[in-house]
Design a protein around this ligand. Sequence first.
Ligand code: UT7
Length: 348
Amino acid sequence: MTTSGAQGAGRPAPRGATITGIGHYTPPRVVTNHQLEAAVETSDEWIVTRTGIRERRIASDDQATSDLAIEAARAALADAGLTPDDLDLIIVGTASPDMIFPSTACWVQDRLGARRAGAFDLMAACSSFVYGLAQANAYVGSGMADRVLVIGAETLSKITNWKDRSTCVLFGDGAGAVVVQPCPPGEGFLSFHLGADGSRGDLLNLRGGGSRHPASYETIERDMHYIYQNGREVFKFAVRAIPDAIEAVLRQANLTGEAVRWYVPHQANIRIIEAAAKRLGEPLEKFIINIDRYGNTSSASVPVALSEAMEAGREQPGDVLVLVAFGGGLTWASCALRWTKARSAPRP
Ligand code: UT7
């Protein structure tokens, strides 16, 4: 599915939509590769060369996903100069919700005090945040909402099997959030491309605790409440999916790679990002990368990278950015946008 930012189903929309506030939160606890060497049979050298990850942030025992989401949300609201009461809608993308239901978005809505806002979770695994931006664009572009908060938040550490070296070295916790508001057409979001291939849902999943495999002694014994991943197959998928999704969204926006100032890819593996850059013929310097410090934070990875880059003054008004993500489902999603915000103040 590919759409341009100011149009839906071929009909001109009354207005565009853009990011007016951004923020992120990562838990203070750092777990290095060397610390993992003590827990499973692995090495810093293996993890760095195969993934690019050096350390990750891990939530405390009493921190759930909504706790991280709320911190990121407050930062994004402050950056946009809004209060929680200004919000019309809250969308939370997460693969590690506080509970199966109610939605994590509802916990966030309550604790923020966003009394006027509707709230729902969106599940497209690691692509959820970019899928959420497409939703926000549709709501704001159509006039159904004026101020939408989109959050990507995860505590993957809670659903990681810490005895499985093939997954536990990969994941981390974090949250990123943006506020989306109206803007003149042609600014802000330019185009979106969303995709899915449900025939490959077996490659990356968490099988236990849903209606297919309700929680039982057996699901616990078979480790079905942890993330399962066929890493090699997901890798092969990703190195094609990223460039394909970037090319599709640029085509839709009538742009070429030359116009792009920054690519903000899902941070799953530095080798995937390098392969995608090579395939596109683009220099790696145009890709915002922070996987070394956070690992793979699923739906939080794109907004955390975008927010950190904003604090560092990298995105400038007028810059064309492409956000791109892929993950379980399988899903993929990309978004081209013209940045409209002046630099956010670094947080204390
Ligand atoms: O956001 C969700 C999307 N997910 C992804 O994008 C993940 C995509 N996949 C990957 O990033 C890579 O496939 C991994 C990083 C997960 C794995 O890297 P790989 O180069 O594909 O390794 P592999 O699975 O082919 O395993 C190679 C070897 C195996 O040993 P043998 O069979 O060759 O003796 C593994 O048992 O590395 C071994 N291995 C490890 N060794 C040390 C697997 N995990 C580890 C580990 N430390 N942590």
